[in-house]
Design a protein around this ligand. Structure first.
Ligand SMILES: [Zn+2]
Length: 333
């Protein structure tokens, strides 16, 4: 089993929809503990791991990967025990039909759909969660309004490709853990590895973390779309397996050209394949890293990923390994 998959199985399986990141934070904290000098959790739930630098006039480098995932929250339980829900983060209703979900207390269920509603008129309001109970009273013993749930699906690897729920962005968290492992004994700069909270609901955790750290250089790690599928709506020059992507811009940020150059040059020196990424729809923590306090030089390394925000996201393990190698090299400079 590859290390990428081994780590993903631990980090990816942990419960942690936005605002409910306790379990995933605990799992990552346990894995990161031996790899850094200190760890703290702030009020928003960001996990901040630091490796101390040795240089006299040391700078601060911040890497950030959001650890929260998308999910659903129960909003209403009807007389027959069917549960209506609202989205946590951006969900597309067509990704949700007849998939399994799991609540924090272990209750499992299936999301299904009102058959009478024509597909053209379908919204998330026409979906419901079925936990297989006989009535409301039964349901309320297992789920309360306000309970969060996540997708439940088995991840797999095959021919160097990894597939499963929540690559967005547990694969970014795995990338940071792999980079931490590759750091040399001593590094010149203070290096912060931050696992941020509540990215999926509006980049909420990264700003306060960047405010506290005040980095000189900040790099986010997240997934990005690919343009390599049949008959896609928009062309995109980013492919799964062609290397980690150096972000140029997305709808939330224009990356600092200095950071793009640093990543490009470092990758070239190490013979790491990379590609440039422009994501037309979607934002990342990068935006908050760049504009918090008086601003920082900011960029991002993205893992090209197919079917983002579905229960079956897919990426290349080699892209993850190469992204970690690139970050470790940047941190060692
Ligand atoms: Zn996302």
């Amino acid at each position: 089993m590859s290390k990428v998959f081994e780590y993903f199985k631990q980090v990816g399986g942990a419960f942690g929809p936005s605002g409910r990141e306790d379990d995933v934070r605990e799992v990552i904290g346990a894995m990161a503990g031996d790899l850094c000098d200190d760890i703290q959790t702030d009020a928003l739930g960001n996990l901040i791991c630091r490796k101390k630098g040795t240089a006299e006039d040391k700078k601060k480098i911040m890497f950030a990967a959001h650890m929260d995932s998308i999910g659903v929250v129960a909003t209403f339980i009807d007389e027959k025990g069917f549960i209506r829900f609202s989205q946590v983060g951006g969900l597309s209703w067509s990704d949700l039909i007849n998939i399994q979900i799991r609540f924090a207390n272990g209750t499992r269920g299936v999301i299904s759909v009102e058959e009478k509603t024509p597909w053209r008129e379908m919204t998330q309001g026409n979906l419901f969660i079925d936990i297989g109970v006989k009535d409301k009273e039964d349901a309320e013993r297992m789920v309360r309004v306000g309970d969060f749930a996540i997708f439940e699906a088995q991840p797999f690897t095959q021919n160097g490709v990894l597939c499963g729920p929540y690559l967005d962005n547990r694969i970014g968290c795995v990338t940071l853990l792999l980079a931490m492992e590759q750091l040399p004994e001593t590094v010149p700069s203070d290096v912060y590895f931050v696992f941020t909270a509540q990215e999926e609901v509006g980049l909420r955790g990264a700003g306060p973390a960047a405010y506290a750290i005040q980095p000189d250089l900040a790099i986010a790690v997240d997934v990005t779309d690919t343009g390599d599928l049949p008959e896609q709506k928009y062309p995109m020059a980013c492919e799964m397996g062609k290397g980690p992507a150096v972000k140029i811009m997305d709808s939330s940020v224009i990356c600092s050209p200095e950071v793009v150059k640093l990543l490009d040059d470092t990758a070239k020196a190490l013979d790491i394949p990379t590609q440039h990424e422009i994501l037309k729809f979607g934002g990342t923590d990068t935006a908050m890293l760049q504009k918090t306090r008086m601003g920082a030089l900011a960029g991002a390394v993205s893992i090209p990923t197919r079917y983002i925000h579905s229960p079956s996201e897919m990426c290349s393990e080699a892209d993850v390994e190469n992204a970690a190698k690139l970050l470790a090299a940047v941190a060692s400079k």
